[in-house]
Ligand binder design. Structure first.
Ligand code: MIG
Length: 816
């Protein structure tokens, strides 16, 4: 069954309320037709709505919810009126109508935030024996919608109908839907007030954002429960923070996880890997990680090595480490059916593979040929899987793992995946593929993450996955899959990463330069100029593989390699000058920006604040921000708008309200207007919010190449005040969890004749540098004196800046 037209189907709606009960923060409403609605008040601004049509609830279970989530409410009152049940929290008033259980949620001022249109309704699912469950909400005439993960359509979802069924979609485009991930979470924004809805249902889900009817937004699923969460903002960022409070956040990656990464399908044999590694160092282009794609394995058997190509992987990886590289290897879910292969044997013995409903194992063809697939929804299978990483990491020295094909993707079948009746353990709930499909990749990433984390200890794990579900951000970063080397895809990459970031997945990136096809030098460097702002910054390409019919044809691949030698290279130096120099300059900027990215990552881990924020997150009251999708920010103060047109030497862009500085020229610019930004091939339109402080690191060829002796803090003058943060720790290991971190909170304040900077500090990490170099931009007055903690200090004057070096422990600087 594909699409259901809401109006044409025979539906049931809840009857009349007979009675209600309250059990702490859970309120149960019972109807005369057996429908029950459970409303859980989880925090003052998070409500959960869960319906049953059976007169009872099945055991509650979800993979999405963070096991560490705490229910915390400060006040809750439930009352009954003639026609309604009313639930009040500190933030919200929820009115439930006795007839039909339709719901309206108001803020404290009595403003309607979200109200039902038809509300909950359902329909028999003849195919599965269960229900199709629907919910429809009223859409305000000017309401806008955002979120939903990796979708490639316009950032603003109003007028779209989309669905979630994780799919291997090689070479997808702006119209392709569904894609690789299922993140059934959206934002509504009406007249400046934002809320979020998370429909936690792992079946195929649909969302219609005022498309079928201009005045209704609805979501539905082909099975499972109507089970959704409401988050009140009213700020968009607050919605993001609450959604990730519920579904979790990533943990801090090692700093190298935010370095520049180079990947290709595939670097082999060893001499090739070494040549690439050496070239980065010779050309002085920074790089922290090299990836090995499927050809490192023996016949695509996971956890094996092709010893012809890699005679001594442990030695090779050790040598790469000595050159400053970390190595990430790919691991797919398909385990080759091969009685002589130890992983297959163990899987059989432990009964770890997915089964068909009639007993035997489910089989599908992928890279290794016919395969079985582990049931990652079984705790014992996850434990077994985690254990498989021991040798790969401890003996061989692998540092991070990349999970691919975990939709799961299957070749040569129209569904591109396993049959829908395959059985899954699902933590004892025993379900079919219809329910488990969307969470399969997430659970594979979880099992992988647990193994990687255990075996790289005391270091931190780095994970990357293709398929995932809401909550999967707790385990792994994601990349946007098999995109294309085209200008259109450069724009898509930006939209998709912004959207992933506001959907809980801040640790994300695209295949820089494009996976399919080969970019020219211009496209490649313009893509890099976007990619350096994405937390996962990785070049990847299809290399010599022509995927046409997704068949494994070794001979064709070999022939391709011969034919294409040199032509499909996608390293920073592959396009000659001036591109190599521009690529170097761009990647160097990435390394300069690392303190900003790391601080933003900490804010995401700590508070759930998205690292990449679309323009609408800056000023949701300004209608101009709601339809733009190329401007975005990284962290608290940096606004970027990469060039995405061939031949462009600049572009126009919109800056939100306030004062800004052009990062490249130091020119002050007034926001809330469209401006033109010159950007020759080596330049990126970048703006800094006035009052903001940008910490910039020195360029390194890789993390830890040498000690940092002084960290630069770039301070952009504002007449007024502004706060900034800088988070630092060792960038590796777990000492930060026991206080070995340093959080600086800077408060800038400026008048027409002077300015001051005060610093609060927490944590007791001692960075390797003992000094900050303060670089003041845009001071409108002549500097007569500078006091650092009351002592006169000497400043130097550059063309555009005023500079002073201060101890890291400073409390206050005054410039007069
Ligand atoms: O069927 O491992 O998206 O990044 O290079 C293709 C080979 C399988 C798809 C991934 C891509 C990877 C490729 N994989």
């Amino acid at each position: 069954m594909s699409e259901l037209s809401l109006s044409k189907t025979l539906q049931h709606t809840p009857g009349l309320l007979t009675h209600w009960t309250q059990d702490h923060n859970r309120i149960y409403l019972y109807c005369d037709d057996g429908v029950i609605l459970q409303v859980s008040v989880l925090t003052d601004s998070i409500l959960r709505f869960r319906f049953s049509t059976e007169g009872y609830f099945l055991k509650d279970f979800s993979y999405a919810i963070d096991p560490d989530f705490d229910e915390q409410i400060s006040s809750l009152k439930v009352s009954e009126k003639e026609r309604h049940i009313i639930i009040r929290t500190n933030q919200l008033v929820c009115k439930l109508k006795k007839k039909g259980l339709t719901t309206r949620i108001f803020d404290r001022q009595g403003q309607l935030i979200l109200g039902d249109d038809k509300g909950f309704h359902w329909e028999k699912n003849e195919e599965s024996g269960g229900n199709h469950v629907f919910m429809s909400k009223k859409a305000f005439p000017d309401e806008n919608y955002f979120g939903l993960g990796d979708k490639s359509c316009h950032l603003n979802l109003r007028g779209e109908r989309l669905n979630n069924w994780v799919t291997d979609c090689f070479g997808y485009g702006p119209e392709t839907d569904p894609l690789y991930r299922s993140i059934p979470f959206y934002y509504g924004l009406n007249e400046g007030d934002a809320y979020g809805v998370f429909f936690d249902n792992s079946f195929r889900t649909y969302f219609d954002f005022a498309k079928e009817r201009e005045d209704a937004t609805s979501f539905w699923a082909h099975g499972g429960e109507m089970n959704y969460y409401f988050f009140y903002g009213p700020e968009l960022t607050a919605v993001a923070e609450q959604y990730t409070l519920l579904t979790g956040r990533a943990e801090l990656p090692p700093l190298w996880g935010l370095g520049f990464h180079q990947c290709k399908w595939s670097y082999y044999p060893e001499t090739k890997v070494k040549e690439i590694a050496q070239q980065f160092r010779d050309l002085q282009i920074p790089c922290d990680a090299i990836y090995l794609d499927i050809d490192y394995m023996d016949g695509y058997r996971c956890f094996t090595w092709n010893h012809d190509h890699f005679p001594d992987p442990a030695r090779m990886l050790q040598e790469l480490r000595e050159q400053g590289y970390h190595t990430v290897v790919i691991i797919d879910p398909g385990i080759k059916i091969d009685p002589d292969y130890w992983v297959f044997q163990e899987g059989l013995e432990g009964e770890h593979f997915l089964r068909r409903p009639d007993g035997p194992y489910a089989q599908g063809k992928v890279w290794p040929g016919e395969c079985y697939f582990p049931d990652y929804t079984h705790p014992e299978t996850r434990e077994w899987w985690s254990g498989l990483f021991k040798d790969l990491i401890r003996k061989m020295g692998v540092n991070g793992v990349w999970n691919d094909m975990n939709e799961p993707a299957v070749f040569d079948v129209p569904s591109k995946t396993l049959p829908k009746d395959v059985r899954f353990h699902y933590e004892g709930h025993n379900v079919s593929h219809l329910k488990a499909h969307n969470i399969y990749g997430m659970q594979m990433a979880r099992a992988t993450y647990e193994g990687v984390k255990e075996f790289v200890y005391p270091n931190r794990p780095v994970m990357i996955t293709r398929a995932t579900y809401s909550g999967g951000q707790r385990y792994s970063s994601v990349w946007t899959g098999d995109n294309v080397a085209s200008w259109e895809h450069l724009e898509l990459a930006s939209t998709q990463c912004q959207r992933l970031s506001i959907s809980g997945f801040s640790y994300c990136g695209s295949d820089i330069g494009g996976f399919n096809d080969t970019p020219d030098g211009e496209l490649f460097v313009r893509w890099l100029q976007l990619g350096i702002f994405h937390p996962l910054c990785r070049v990847h390409s299809i290399g010599y593989h022509d995927l046409g019919d997704a068949e494994i044809d070794e001979e064709a691949v070999e022939a391709n390699i011969k034919n294409a030698e040199g032509k499909r290279d996608q390293e920073p130096w592959s396009f000659g000058e001036p591109y190599t120099s521009i690529a170097r300059k761009t990647i160097e900027l990435r390394y300069r920006l690392l303190p900003i990215l790391y601080t933003a990552f900490w804010q995401y881990v700590e508070r759930g604040t998205p690292i990449l924020r679309p323009l609408s997150f800056w000023d949701q009251h300004d209608p101009e921000t709601l339809h733009r999708m190329e401007e975005f920010s990284v962290g608290d103060h940096l606004m970027v708008c990469p060039i995405s047109d061939q031949g462009a030497e600049g572009r126009s862009l919109y800056l939100p309200k306030g004062m800004w500085y052009d990062f490249n020229t130091d020119q002050p610019v007034i926001g809330e207007q469209e401006i033109w930004s010159d950007a020759g091939l080596d330049q990126i339109p970048m703006y800094v919010r006035a009052g903001g402080i940008l910490p910039l690191a020195p360029v390194m060829q890789f993390i830890g190449e040498r000690m940092i002796d002084v960290l630069e803090l770039h301070i952009y003058y504002l007449e007024g005040s502004q706060s900034s943060e800088l988070y630092v720790d060792a960038g590796e290991g777990y000492d930060y969890q026991s206080g070995k971190f340093l959080l600086h909170q800077f408060h800038f304040s400026g008048t027409p004749t002077g300015c001051s900077l005060s610093v609060d500090r927490s944590g007791d990490y001692q960075p390797e540098y003992t000094e900050f170099r303060l670089v003041f931009h845009g001071l409108p007055f002549r500097t007569a004196s500078c006091l650092v903690d009351g002592q006169e200090a000497s400043v130097s004057f550059q063309a555009l800046t005023t500079e002073v070096t201060v101890p890291v422990g400073l409390k206050q600087v005054e410039i007069l």
